[in-house]
Design a binder for this molecule. Structure first.
Ligand code: ATP
Length: 343
């Protein structure tokens, strides 16, 4: 099957990461015959400067007619781009894996967890007002929103180590977090083969540092998930390795967890792995949605090649303690895919 993939290169280090990721995708085409038609779409700060809007209608149309979107980070206009796209396409599950890799400093050696963050509700809904000297924000949590994110987390846990912890603060936010916790408990009953527990968000933040290896799947509300996933990324060696997926029932957008890193943009030293692993997540999602073994193989090849290149430790970007350039690391991963496939 041929897939149309919308590519948003984004701002800052986004275009550099995208270039390296394209090397991987074209290698997969050569080796597996993976047919991805890349359609470029613009969004973000540079797009705003050029066209006066950070998310043009044309981009939305391109996304609507594609099978999935691969997106680089965008700068100041992020809220007008990804937050809007999440709402527009109802991408309710933000899936952020964090695992330890060889040769990358990690707080513990065997961390392998996934944060499943509700992606469309909570304080990020944008319901905020200002009155004289006060400001107010509304935290919207719905039963439906809780149910679907909980089911997503339990289904994922069934394919992993079968443990879900729901993270909330229901002892203080009794109504909103109360609804979330109660609903997770109800959904847990549908999954008797998955171990279920709950933690308050402050305790979870502490345990992510103290014993991160104990977590399998964490399910939580939007803002808590945003914060905990940056923490989890750092626990396993930094944002440069952290991929993410925004998943809905019919569409999905894959992007690095991090922002556009203006401090290192344009130097060609950004770590491309966060975007390369996002592409791997995209292929895994396409594989499941279209029952496509080739996509699944391509996804696994990318993850294996990343691990092997990190193990080899010769081409590491500065955030990983090396001096390799973005494209060089991308090229080595692409080469490694060929080596794995022919071995
Ligand atoms: P945002 O608020 O949009 O998430 P931010 O300005 O808080 O963005 P990031 O852009 O995510 O932060 O960057 C945080 C730090 O991590 C910066 O020092 C940046 O250079 C570093 N960083 C982020 N991504 C990468 C990457 N792919 N490779 C190397 N360093 C990175």
């Amino acid at each position: 099957m041929r897939y149309q993939i919308a590519l948003i290169r984004g701002d800052g280090i986004g275009p550099e990461q995208a270039e390296a990721t394209l090397l991987i995708l074209s290698r997969l085409k050569e080796i597996l015959g993976l047919e991805l038609e890349i359609v470029e779409a613009e969004a973000g700060d540079r797009c705003m400067e050029r066209s006066g809007t950070p998310l043009p209608d044309e981009t939305i149309q391109i996304l609507r007619s594609s099978h999935a979107c691969l997106k680089g980070p965008v700068g100041e206009t992020a809220a007008d781009v990804i937050v809007r796209l999440r709402q527009m396409f109802d991408l309710y599950a933000n899936v952020r894996p964090a695992r330890s890799f060889p040769n990358v400093p990690s707080l513990k050696p065997k961390i392998d967890l996934v944060i499943v963050r509700e992606n469309t509700e909570d304080l990020y809904k944008g319901y905020e007002w200002e009155f004289d000297d006060a400001a107010i924000g509304i935290r919207l949590i719905t039963k439906r929103g809780c149910e679907r994110i909980a089911r997503y987390a339990f289904d994922l846990a069934k394919r992993r180590r079968r443990r879900v912890v729901a993270v909330h603060k229901a002892n203080v936010m009794r109504i909103t977090c109360g609804l979330f916790a109660r609903t997770c408990r109800e959904i847990a009953k549908e999954y008797p083969d998955v171990a279920y527990s709950e933690m308050y968000v402050d305790a979870a933040a502490m345990d992510l540092i103290r014993r991160p290896e104990q977590f399998d799947v964490i399910v939580t509300t939007n803002m808590f998930g945003d914060i905990l996933s940056d923490e989890a990324a750092q626990v396993v060696g930094g944002l440069g390795l952290a991929p993410a997926a925004n998943i809905g029932d019919n569409y999905a957008i894959f992007e690095p967890v991090h922002g556009c890193a203006p401090d290192i943009a344009g130097k060609g030293i950004a770590n491309p792995i966060s975007m390369i692993l996002s592409a791997s997540m995209m292929l895994e999602w396409l594989a499941a949605k279209h029952k496509d073994e080739k996509c699944l193989k391509a996804s696994k090849l990318i993850s294996e090649a990343v691990v092997k290149v990190l193990e080899e430790g010769k081409f590491l970007t500065p955030d990983l303690g090396g001096n390799a350039k973005t494209l060089k690391l991308g090229a080595r991963i692409a080469e490694m895919i060929g080596q794995i496939e022919s071995s």
